[in-house]
Write a protein that binds this ligand. Structure first.
Ligand code: SF4
Ligand code: SF4
Length: 404
């Protein structure tokens, strides 16, 4: 946004949230809803008081706290989906809503802007409305993802605190059952319609597997027909129940290579907003896309432990919901030691000490080495390059040939 435009907006919107960072700060505009990254000079010009973080003449690039936090409210769910990343079950640990105010206070103190409430089935948790209200009261935007099972017309009318609710639909028709192990497409579709009827902004979350890839155009047709606000495509992760069948279910290399051209053409033809999940970054960057394409898909590489954090159902903090928790009390890491925790620092600092072939990759600054969750599953080390990245595959094949 241009300087004059931003100044007009800031002066027009009293109480815009500003979180200072070493390079300047992040401004949360309400209308249009946006997080705007601004430098020190601009914040000074806008009258923001001097901040101790600005004392160093060389600003860093790391965030001092998560911008977005994924909060797993529970691992309770009776859907038994085949690749559930949290291994959710009908009886499982859940967050105690009596703690909602305390955790919301900590997130506010840390400067978190957005919280995605997950599960399990978050909308089946009686405390979710209390949590959403506590977050809203502090200017934090809550969103959530649901299978659709609990969404009655009555519940849909009580979800006004949510900025957006995504319904999990990996595919339409028979491919839905192939992906999830049961056919509940009609249930998910009913949830989309009920939420929209209640005025909720609705999106779709779709996990890509080799079984659903060819059904993607049909899913985007459905999304267009329902006029959902966006479709987020996610890479399958080898966590929870997804771990056991990961090798059989993950995208084939040819599908991964075809992903960007396929989705770009399909999204443009349908005039649909499509977001690509961070873990798909290596498949996107292999095409050296135009920056406008990256902006269109709102894709960036691994943000674990930098602008992204996660709180699990047991109250433990990690750099991303697919990674192991770090040591220590979650609230105190969030509010005091996010910048200095050694595991989080190593995750966000991958690009500073990247091994080959990431070290010489033109996309390193954006990609940050691919998905750490895939790396740890396939190599045992979250700090290795993502083995499914095409460039990493080629490098490994070359090394294997040299060894022979
Ligand atoms: S080589 Fe590394 S940095 Fe480059 S795209 Fe692949 S995983 Fe990302
Ligand atoms: S480990 Fe990184 S790339 Fe993978 S899902 Fe988490 S934030 Fe995204």
């Amino acid at each position: 946004m241009k300087f004059a435009g931003l100044r007009r907006r800031l002066s027009a919107i009293s109480g815009a949230r500003v979180r200072t960072e070493s390079w300047g700060g992040i401004v949360h505009l309400r209308r249009p809803a946006a997080l705007v990254y601004v430098n020190r000079g601009l914040l000074r010009a806008l009258g923001h008081p001097e901040d101790p973080l600005w004392a160093s003449p060389t600003p860093g690039t790391a965030h001092r706290a998560p911008v977005e936090l994924h909060w797993t409210l529970s691992r309770r769910c009776d859907q038994k989906c085949a690749h559930c990343y949290t291994n959710s079950l009908p009886q499982a640990p859940a967050f105690d809503p009596a703690d909602a105010e305390r955790v919301a206070d900590a997130l506010s103190a840390a400067g978190v802007f957005q919280v995605a409430l997950g599960g399990g089935e978050p909308l089946a948790e009686p405390g979710i409305l209390i949590v959403a209200r506590a977050l809203r009261a502090r200017g934090i935007l809550p969103s959530t993802t649901t299978s659709g099972a609990p969404v009655t017309p009555d519940l849909a009318r009580r979800l006004g605190d949510f900025a957006q609710i995504n319904v999990s639909i990996d595919a339409v028709g028979p491919a839905y059952a192939a992906a999830r192990g049961h056919d509940r497409f009609a249930m998910a579709d009913a949830a989309v319609r009920r939420l929209q009827a209640a005025g909720v902004r609705v999106g779709i979350n779709a996990v890509l597997t080799r079984h659903t890839f060819d059904a993607l155009p049909a899913l985007l047709d459905y999304a267009r027909e329902r006029r959902v606000s966006e479709v987020e495509l996610l890479r399958l992760k080898p966590t929870g129940r997804g771990r056991a069948t990961y090798l059989e279910d993950r995208l084939e290399p040819a599908q991964a290579a075809a992903l960007l051209p396929t989705v770009l053409e399909a999204a443009r033809r349908r005039r649909l907003r499509v977001k690509l999940d961070c873990s798909l970054a290596p498949f996107v960057y292999q095409h050296a896309p135009d920056p406008r394409v990256l902006k269109f898909f709102r894709i960036h590489g691994c943000e674990a432990g930098d602008s992204l954090g996660s709180l699990d159902a047991e109250g433990r903090l990690s750099g991303c919901s697919f990674l192991e928790p770090v040591a220590g009390d979650a609230v105190s890491v969030l509010t005091r030691t996010w910048s200095t925790d050694p595991e989080l620092a190593r995750l966000r600092g991958y690009r500073d000490a990247a091994p080959d072939p990431c070290r010489t990759c033109p996309a390193l600054a954006l990609c940050n080495g691919g998905c750490r969750a895939v790396s740890v599953h396939l190599t045992g080390d979250p700090h290795r390059p993502d083995p499914e990245c095409p460039r990493v595959r080629t490098h490994a094949e070359g090394s294997a040939r040299d060894d022979r």
